[in-house]
Write a protein that binds this ligand. Structure first.
Ligand code: KG4
Ligand code: ZN
Length: 344
């Protein structure tokens, strides 16, 4: 990688958002995002084939738009980073093939980024980034994990969901309450007018030791509660509120345990569910109470985006990593398989 001037193009296509960004020695200089919400909403969830086709349609125009925002062209780039997994295989391949072809054509290195590492490092894009080591809570549509992060690539899994991810539980509960897609933000909006005293949901797996989670029971609890009542507007709001509070409390209890267990006092929260205001308020109170601090990405970088991939790729390319000639996308990929790297 050119050591005088570094600028990396980042590409994210693992699910239902096409994200592109430019991150370099001067930080994040441009980003563009296209959300596929309109395409999938009529089906109530992501349709993988439609997602892949839309990435193919939107990716090149988005890259051009990102370049034109800051008058950058291919000669200014020193590398291309893309999400190599985990995610939907067709969607991943749309990004992998464009990223690898561009890098090959431009004669610059490329690097495949782990999607969850992208999320985990997203708070590094903020003005006041966290310092290593820290405990990370990753809460997305596909993952709920607590990780001890020593440095980039030094990831120790402390606990994870044994069934549904937190975001998945939000999506499924929103669906059964007929709140629309994507479920997380819809349920959070509905919960605002809910009465928190009407229903009490369990805080799963908090009365036994350990840092694993289980969220599928909460969705079932929401289903049985909804079947026992007339599902009018207020009942929907009350169930949403009780569900949201149960998820936030459960996550906060486990985060506190993880901080105590590791002896660390910095918590980083990332992934789509970290956009949830009630969760943030609960974690703010919890960390304050134990003299710890908590970091989040800005709202638009909680969900999938190109900036987090450009950042992670920039760091890995800077550390000398790059792809071999083989082209690979990995629908399943554990964070613990990643190489440790030194942040410079
Ligand atoms: O990180 P992300 O964009 O994609 C994955 O990597 O999965 O996360 C998407 C998830 C979805 O389940 C979505 O419903 C949830 O994040 N989400 C939220 C909120 N915004 C997005 N969940 C709760 N409250 C929100 N405000
Ligand atoms: Zn994601």
């Amino acid at each position: 990688m050119n050591t005088k001037h570094r600028l990396v193009l980042g590409i994210e296509t693992s699910c239902d958002e096409t994200g592109v960004a430019l991150y370099g020695d001067n930080g994040l200089i441009a980003e563009t995002l296209h959300s596929q919400i309109d395409i999938h909403s009529e089906y109530g969830g992501v349709v993988p084939e439609l997602a892949s086709r839309d990435h193919v349609r939107k990716l090149i125009p988005l890259i051009k738009r990102c370049f034109s925002k800051v008058s950058v062209n291919a000669e200014d780039l020193s590398g291309v980073a893309y999400t190599a997994g985990p995610g939907l295989i067709g969607a991943l391949f749309a990004g992998v093939s464009v990223a690898r072809s561009l890098a090959y054509g431009w004669g610059i290195p490329s690097v495949g980024v782990h999607h969850m590492e992208g999320h985990l490092l997203a708070p590094m894009l903020e003005e006041k980034p966290p310092s290593f080591p820290f405990v990370a809570l990753l809460v997305s549509g596909g993952h709920t994990q607590l990780i001890r992060v020593g440095s980039i690539g030094d990831y120790e899994l402390l606990g994870e969901s044994l069934d549904d991810a937190a975001g998945e539980a939000f999506d499924k509960t929103a669906k059964l309450l007929n709140l629309g897609y994507p479920g997380g933000p819809a349920l959070a909006a509905c919960a605002k007018s809910g009465n928190s005293k009407r229903f009490t949901f369990p805080r799963p797996m908090t009365n036994r030791p350990g840092l694993d989670f289980s969220f599928s029971g909460l969705k079932t609890f929401a289903l049985t509660t909804s079947q026992q009542h007339t599902l009018d507007k207020q009942t929907r709001a009350d169930i949403s509120r009780a569900f949201e509070e149960a998820v936030a409390d459960t996550l906060a209890i486990k985060c506190k345990r993880a901080l105590q267990k590791t002896g660390l006092s910095t918590l980083v929260v990332a992934g789509g569910v970290s956009a949830n205001k009630h969760l943030r308020a609960t974690l703010d109170t919890m960390t304050k109470g134990m003299n710890a601090c908590v970091f989040y990405p800005r709202h638009k970088f909680c969900t999938d985006n190109g900036a987090m991939i450009a950042y992670a790729g920039y760091q890995r390319l800077k550390a000398g990593e790059h792809d071999k000639l083989i082209i690979q996308a990995r629908p399943r990929w554990s964070l613990s398989e990643l190489k440790q790297t030194v942040m410079q």
